[in-house]
Design a protein around this ligand. Sequence first.
Ligand code: CP3
Length: 350
Amino acid sequence: MNSEPEARFLRACRRLPVDATPVWFMRQAGRYMPEYRQLREKYSLLEMVHQPEIAAQVTMQPVCALGVDAAILFADILLPVIPLGLSLEFAKGEGPVIGNPIRSGQDIDRLRPIQAESDLGFVMDTIRILRKELPSGVPLIGFAGAPFTLASYMIEGGSSRDYRLTKELMLSEPDTWGRLMDRLAAALEDYLLAQVRAGAQAVQLFDSWVGALSPGDYATHVLPYSARILKAVEATDVPVIHFGTGNATLLPLMRQAGGTVIGLDWRIPLDQGWKLVGEDVAVQGNLDPTDLFAAPTVLRTRVEDVLRRAAGRPGHIFNLGHGILQGTPVDHVRHVVEMVHAYKSESEAA
Ligand code: CP3
């Protein structure tokens, strides 16, 4: 066991007392920031993530501009599909596009075996640069997509509204589905463990679209694969955040699958979500990303509502319920960081 961490974010992951609630934002680097847009004029997203010096620079942008308590590696959950043998493009206005999606058992057989350390070595190089550049109070979070969310992109060929093809494979060819999920679980476990070896001080498993599933389908067709990855990371002593959206009915099962910290989205009040996952685990969340567009007085009541529901209990990491949206006013984001850091719970203020 490591000695007690110093950084607020890592302390909260372990449910240790903190001097102020730690705060960071999913998608804290991106197009809402002028310094990001400036770099994006020169490079595509894929060019940026493949150049460790540039990816490290983008990771640092929100750390410098916002004063957040953690940095998140600049990469994308879809990167592992490239060495697996799929073509990935980020088309303007369309989001990710995979030109040769997986539709059958034969497609799965064609997937290439991957080794994160070499096939995604540029990500580990970015992590090593960042560990030298980041201040010690600002830990680095690595991440990967969870098997379900990644499989949905690989099968649908891009974003989806109803996940029809994904669910069709899951339900009508459960063995084929299981083979794909096994392959992904092995690859993603290897990828996250490589990130930890390179220096990631926490990791987040993004199961962004898992809320499309019923609890029964989640338990049968997804939970065992996510659990494998989560358990492997937990064994390293590095905290792992298990995140989904639209998943209020899945929260007890996601807790069962694993995670040092469970992500909550805004569709469930933070205190209710915390009760569902169990008060003996840390939680992250859960401001609605659209609240960041609201007038400062409205935004303040929303931020305070989240903090009041956390009630100063150890193990709360302030974040949004999902990523920052394009067009979000940067000064509102900075203001939220200040509010969270200045907030005193009613018990402390008394
Ligand atoms: O600051 C950070 O959070 C770190 C970087 C990061 C990106 N993607 C960069 C990115 C992270 C953690 C992700 C995760 C990711 N990527 C998820 C899970 C989180 C979530 O939001 O649910 C998902 C589903 C993806 C897939 C993805 N990547 C989509 C759907 C899109 C297009 C939508 C969009 O916002 O344009 C991307 C592109 C992407 N990934 C951008 C960024 C900064 C925008 C790209 C650009 O600059 O053109």
